[in-house]
Design a protein around this ligand. Structure first.
Ligand code: TXA
Ligand code: MG
Length: 336
């Protein structure tokens, strides 16, 4: 199958909608990352998503909507969700709700709940309207790889497996939506994103954070298979250039080609080191780091670095989402 990257003009959006109704897959942009979409009420179509990504079938998909009136068919709208819809939708938030019988078990991995999301992206909204059904979509990467934030990144992972990629340029936020479960007594964040705990608490009152996010993984030496670049990554939870210099020196003594992924602020202090530098943004602007994070990781696919040293950021606000992804991408974690 030939994979085409198409400009999101009306004719192409219409074609994408038709493909979805025919049970096929379409990759499309959102404000967070690119999604790999299928008709969310068509079990056969959704199974194709798992096959294309190499995704385990028990990892549930979320449903994307363009309009509130369409949600009722798929999910029970709890009062907390109504408040969140009013405050943050469309936007980078996924709300876990009880599902209806119309949502196939293939979408939810057999769970009784389903994730509901309203992407804040004109191309995504036009595409969902054209398809005229809830769009089930995970991030459009091969399972285990960094999420794609450009059409080219989708192409690199899924070339030959899907017919079209709608080109919406680079994604605005760059990390996936915040996931909040409102089916429990106290709402719980299952994945941190651009809608922060503090923002949710303003609307809902007390909000918990799932232990899987706050539990600092035991370091060093824990192995993860998420968001992983093709070479090992050591996350250094510090911005101290002395620590980076020490690690670079040790690795160079082993004849390793060292890549460093960090802020402009840190890179500028390492300009005498023999490294392959990739700047992921400015430390003073976490939004720039979130937006560039996955592309920075993917950059190393085409560079000769044999190991990546990555700079951590502070675990606060948007930094929680960035650190969550960096820890999952890391083979080793070094703390002060
Ligand atoms: O920003 C995003 O959310 C992007 C764009 C494309 O919308 N989508 C995305 O989907 O990141 P995915 O499948 O890569 O991540 C969704 C996460 C998965 O970790 C899945 O396990 C979890 O949401 N999830 C889905 N349904 C769930 C449910 N009913 N209960 C708990 N977790 C759920
Ligand atoms: Mg994903």
């Amino acid at each position: 199958m030939k994979t085409e990257i198409l400009k999101p003009i009306r004719e192409n959006i219409r074609r994408a909608g038709k493909l979805i109704r025919a049970g096929e897959l379409v990759a499309f942009p959102t404000e967070t990352v690119y999604g790999l979409g299928a008709d969310g009420l068509n079990a056969m179509a959704c199974r194709k998503i798992f096959a294309a990504k190499g995704r385990p079938s028990d990892n549930p998909l979320i449903l994307h909507f363009s309009h509130l009136s369409k949600v009722e068919q798929a999910a029970k709208i709890l009062p907390a969700a109504e408040k969140l819809f009013a405050a943050f939708c469309p936007g980078p938030l996924t709300i876990i709700l009880p599902k209806t019988k119309f949502v196939p078990d293939d979408v939810t991995g057999g769970l009784s709940t389903v994730g509901v999301r309203f992407p804040d992206n004109d191309v995504a909204r036009a595409f969902i309207k054209a398809a005229d059904c809830p769009i089930a979509a995970p991030s459009a990467n091969l399972s285990g790889r960094p999420s794609p934030t450009t059409p080219q990144a989708v192409y690199n992972d899924l070339r030959g497996k899907i017919e079209i990629i709608l080109d919406g340029g680079a994604c605005q936020f760059g990390v996936e939506s915040t996931i909040v479960d409102v089916t429990c007594e106290v709402p719980e964040i299952l994945r941190p994103g651009a809608i922060t705990k503090e923002m949710l608490e303003e609307i809902l009152g007390e909000v918990k954070v799932a232990p899987t996010i706050t539990d600092k993984p035991r370091a060093p030496g824990m192995k993860y298979t998420h968001y992983a670049p093709k070479v090992p990554l050591t996350l250094i939870e510090s911005s101290d250039d002395k620590i980076f210099r020490r690690e670079i020196k040790n690795l160079r003594a082993e004849n390793k080609i060292v890549g460093v992924m960090s802020s402009q602020e840190l890179i500028s202090k390492l300009d005498e080191e023999k490294i392959i530098p990739v700047t992921y943004g400015r430390r003073s602007d976490l939004k720039s780091i979130a937006a560039n994070l996955y592309e920075s990781l993917r950059n190393f696919d085409d560079l000769p670095a044999q190991i990546i040293l990555a700079e951590g950021v502070e675990d606060f606000g948007l930094g929680v989402a960035i650190m969550n992804r960096l820890r999952k991408a890391a083979t080793f974690i070094l703390r002060d």
